[in-house]
Write a protein that binds this ligand. Structure first.
Ligand SMILES: Nc1ncnc2c1ncn2[C@@H]1O[C@H](COP(=O)(O)OP(=O)(O)OP(=O)(O)O)[C@@H](O)[C@H]1O
Ligand SMILES: [Mg+2]
Length: 146
């Protein structure tokens, strides 16, 4: 991967409010970079990836009490502005990597990564210490054959 032209990063506690914070971060950063055409897809991707990270490593009760918040894990979101794409990366401390389930759009869950796959050119994960990073790439220009 060539060196990014732009890079911004946000650290979050692994609670459900991280999802809204990550959306604000993505919208503000991509607006600043002039990458407005991909904002809607980037918001979908970051919502799904951060929600998954909270479910895997954090507190998912909507109104957690003070004691539950005492030992929260961290989630980190990084946006990279590349020549022809935006890369969205989400770190969490769980080393198990996600696997997209076969798309059954009537199912109540198991659709998030299928949606990520549908709107991105590629996605995947790699180990980090501790845990892993899940990444997804959004092209800035549609492919000529599309
Ligand atoms: N960050 C993660 N760490 C560990 N496992 C993950 C992570 N993200 C996803 N997974 C695993 O991959 C599965 C599929 O994720 P996906 O987002 O497609 O569905 P879901 O989160 O179960 O449901 P939905 O997103 O539709 O609410 C999850 O159920 C979970 O087991
Ligand atoms: Mg999900």
């Amino acid at each position: 991967m060539p060196p990014p032209l732009f890079s911004e990063r946000l650290e979050l506690a692994a609670v459900l409010t991280a999802v809204g914070c990550s959306r604000m971060f993505v919208e503000t950063t991509l607006t600043k970079w002039g990458a407005t055409p991909v904002i809607d897809d980037a918001l979908l991707v970051v919502s799904e990836l951060v929600t998954n990270s909270v479910k895997a490593t954090g507190v998912t009760t909507p109104d957690p009490n003070w004691a539950e918040l005492g030992k929260l894990n961290l989630i980190s979101v990084r946006l990279l502005g590349l020549e022809q794409s935006i890369m969205i990366e989400v770190w969490d401390v769980e080393s198990r990597t996600p696997v997209a389930q076969s798309a059954d759009f009537d199912a109540e869950s198991g659709r998030g990564l299928s949606l990520v796959e549908a709107v991105t050119s590629r996605w995947g994960s790699r180990p980090a210490w501790p845990g892993k990073v899940v990444w997804a790439e959004l092209p800035l220009q549609p492919h000529p054959e599309e």
